[in-house]
Design a protein around this ligand. Structure first.
Ligand code: NAP
Length: 292
């Protein structure tokens, strides 16, 4: 059994990105610039955005953060999106989700210029990904592909079961794993209405769990020699931790790991790769790799 070390892989990729930025700047090119919009004071969102800013610095990017109170109107937020769309210095930007209830997330996502949509959530990028055209691929599925490639996990022709069908993980993951140029696998997507999900999992060569149910995947659901990718990150109370919680994955790691060829831990697996892939998308934006 081999543990897929997302933390180490992410650190390596960040060094690769920083080296490329150095080369670009040394050759007189522009330093990539990522902006982020953060609304409100949700602890999780604050932490994610803070980490994104730190990783930008580590990669040698310029970063700017625009903060709004929870009470900001949809109109004001859309106006900020438009300013960033027009700002020639900004290569890519993100709007940290979730947004307050009175603001339509879909409207905001669709207002972002798809050429700067480094989160890969805009319908143009989602559609281009679905038909295999160059585009920004959302960070979590992109990070999982990168881990599978870097650890030489064979996917072509394999049976891959994806647990969860969200727009940000399950659906794009299924698209990518099925496509010839990426996973080239035979893909099954399971969700809360799937019948006999255990049987599907037991037949899988690769399981990608993204449901947000701590320790849902148990040893009896995994076949010997399978690869298990755990996307789940649920905060569960833990009095022994300073902040009062720990992160739990969707997989019961201790009993599943011994059966696996490869497995990702939580934390330290998929999580660190996600921010790293946002940086890769920003580098692509700076290089105008997909769009002029
Ligand atoms: P989400 O929007 O909450 O959707 C959860 C999906 O899981 C839904 O499709 C749901 O089915 C399915 N599901 C829920 N309970 C189930 C059950 N008992 N059996 C089968 N399917 C079930 O999920 P998400 O945003 O993709 O997030 C999933 C997990 O990944 C969360 O823990 C999240 O924190 C984590 N995550 C981690 C990263 C990272 O960087 N590591 C990034 C994104 C998300 P229905 O469609 O039928 O409701």
């Amino acid at each position: 059994m081999q543990i897929i070390d997302g933390k180490r892989t992410a650190a390596l990729i960040k060094e690769e990105i920083a080296a490329e930025v150095d080369r670009i700047v040394a050759a007189g090119g522009k330093r990539p610039h990522l902006s982020a919009i953060l609304v409100g004071h949700d602890g999780g969102s604050e932490t994610y955005v803070h980490n994104k800013v730190l990783v930008c610095e580590a990669c040698g990017f310029k970063s700017t953060l625009y903060r709004f109170e929870e009470t900001v109107s949809e109109e004001e937020l859309l106006a900020q999106v438009e300013r960033l769309n027009q700002d020639e210095d900004v290569d890519g930007f993100i709007v940290q989700l979730p947004l307050p209830q009175h603001i339509s997330e879909q409207k905001v996502i669709e207002a972002i210029d798809f050429r700067k949509d480094v989160d890969g959530f805009h319908p143009v990028n989602v559609g281009r990904m679905a038909i295999g055209l160059p585009c920004y691929i959302s960070a979590t599925p992109k990070g999982i592909l990168e881990l599978l490639q870097r650890y030489h996990v064979g996917t072509s022709g394999k049976k891959c079961v994806i647990l969860g069908r969200s727009n940000i993980v399950g659906k794009p993951m299924a698209q990518l794993m099925m496509q010839k140029q990426y996973g080239d696998a035979t893909v099954t997507v399971c969700h809360s209405h799937s019948r006999d999900l255990k049987k599907e999992c037991r037949e899988a060569d690769i399981i990608i769990a993204a449901i947000g149910r701590p320790e849902f995947v148990t040893a009896d659901m995994v076949k010997e020699g399978a690869t298990v990718i755990d996307v789940g990150t649920t905060r569960v109370p833990d009095a022994t931790k300073k902040n009062g919680f720990r992160l739990s994955g969707d997989v019961k790691f201790d009993e599943v790991a011994p059966k696996c060829a490869f497995i990702t831990p939580v934390p330290g697996g998929v999580g660190p790769m996600t921010i790293c892939m946002l940086m890769k998308n920003t580098l692509s934006a700076g290089k105008k790799e997909f769009y002029e």
